[in-house]
Design a protein around this ligand. Sequence first.
Ligand code: ZN
Length: 291
Amino acid sequence: MQRGATEVLIGDNNGKYPHGNSVAVRGVETTVLIDPSLSLWGRELPTVDQVLLTHVHEDHVAGLSLYPTTPVMAHEADAPYLHSLDALLELYGMDPSGADEFKQSLVDDFHFAPRPDVQTFGDNHVFDLGGGTTVTAIPTPGHTAGHTAFLIEPDSVLVIGDIDLTGFGPYYADAVSSLAQFEASMARIRGIEADWYVTFHHKGVIEGHAAFVEALEVYAGAIQRRDDAMVEYLAQPHTLADMVQHRFLYRPHVELPWADSAEERTSRQHLDRLLGQGRIVATEQGGFVAV
Ligand SMILES: [Zn+2]
């Protein structure tokens, strides 16, 4: 899909994980590729001068090893996790000594190759591609600490990475994630009136601000639904360990190496909010109960 200097390279399976949608922006002087996905393997590769990353999760760098000598840039808060496989595991909050299977998958399935040469950009950095085409780095932390949206002008395209508007809802379960920051980031991009919004997964391209806001509200609603599901569950006292077993993020049958730690970090952040709101209280037995 093409709009001005911007081309969206829709991923296999419509960009469903582990695939995703990459974006090429061709300025007069410089061409950048945003988030090289797994789907680039086996395709004719776009020729690019620079790779930009919304963040450094495995699926967003799965095509990066196809560009081993092309400069790559990530937000300064995310870039260090691209330096090595063990560094990347720290981003997820996984213990490198106990994650052999996941490490193997990062290499075998996601073609992970360390990029200690990754360069960094800060909040609101403007990349000038020449001929009037610019890409502005809009800070959108929460999914990861350095998660960044890219506003492409004058094409009026906002690339929103893993604020992905899927039915799953926002994901803020890594060691570097923050539910509060995720909410603030959604509020920030809600105010940006672009012609196209591009998610990395599934939705792909959304046309117009009204449709975007509608999709964003449904997506953000998952946070409220998780709050409510937890309060309902805590009609009886339960511990955090019980909540990890019960699952509020993934469905019970889903087997993922990080599922338990993701459930724990998600529940912990919701518990903090619910305690602050007075919707639950801590019990003397170390659990929580709704009031
Ligand atoms: Zn991600």
